[in-house]
Design a protein around this ligand. Structure first.
Ligand SMILES: Nc1nc2c(c(=O)[nH]1)N[C@H]1C(S)=C(S)[C@@H](COP(=O)(O)O)O[C@H]1N2
Ligand SMILES: [Mo]
Length: 228
């Protein structure tokens, strides 16, 4: 157990070193003229990105099909440009280091839900488990509903990017992507796949479902970067 944890920590430090510079230059951290209003959030951006309105409700947005995945049948495949591809069962996933983090959720359709207390596994910890090859630049995330979305690795490795199974102290509801979804608090929410099934590390960028239909590849909320 301790051994396994030590290995994850060591691999994570390596990855951190590899992507640190790129990560520190991403707009959600480094933009010196971010667009938005309100007090500064924890990564230095105005709390409410331009064109967004805060909502108390939590709307459901997806392709209309809510797949039912029992914990017993749930699998997460992580493969592609990695040293150690894995297929995790629910117990394997839950045995990984668990992170609690409160973050904001910005949907491109202009609503933002603030201060959502999530619990799950950091994408960075999953990456440390599979170890992306030197050639890896992006990931493609696949949902059980056939959804896909692409994310650059320097965004995916941010500490607030989780594969979340719990929110507001309760198991994530099916309509919001339960039992497990990804969240990307520093990018618009479509970059976080609900009902996540597979993460493919890639050696080039490729477009996902919405990106192929004119949504931005990069999706920076503080640049109003919605469509390409
Ligand atoms: N698998 C899957 N993930 C998805 C989507 C989807 O259609 N399928 N929609 C995306 C969009 S556009 C948004 S805004 C958020 C919405 O999450 P919510 O329904 O929990 O609010 O999920 C994203 N992840
Ligand atoms: Mo969305």
């Amino acid at each position: 157990m301790q051994d396994k944890l030590d290995r994850i920590i060591e691999a994570r430090m390596k990855l951190k070193t590899r992507f640190e510079k790129k990560m520190s230059e991403t707009p959600s951290i480094a933009d010196n003229r971010p667009m938005g209003t309100g007090p500064v959030n924890r990564h230095g951006m105005p709390k409410l990105p331009k064109g967004q309105t805060e909502t108390q409700k939590w709307p459901v947005l997806d392709l209309g099909y809510h797949p039912e995945i029992s914990l017993e049948n749930w699998r997460l495949t992580i493969n592609g440009e990695v040293e150690n591809p894995v297929v995790l069962k629910w117990e394997d996933f839950m045995a990984l280091p668990q992170t609690e983090d409160t973050s904001d959720f910005h949907c491109v359709t202009t609503w933002s839900k603030m201060d959502m207390p999530w619990k799950g596994v950091r994408l960075a910890d999953l990456a440390a488990l599979v170890m992306p090859k030197e050639t890896a630049t992006h990931i493609m995330c696949y949902g059980y509903d056939t959804y896909t979305t692409n994310v650059a690795i320097e965004e995916a490795l941010k500490p607030d990017v989780l594969l979340a199974h719990t929110v507001f102290g309760e198991p994530l509801e099916k309509e919001h992507g339960g039992p497990c979804r990804m969240i990307t608090p520093q990018l618009y929410a479509w970059k976080g796949s609900k009902w996540i099934k597979r993460i493919e590390f890639m050696n080039a960028n490729k477009r996902g479902f919405w990106e192929e239909r004119g949504y931005s590849d990069t999706a920076y909320p503080w640049r109003n970067d919605r469509y390409s």
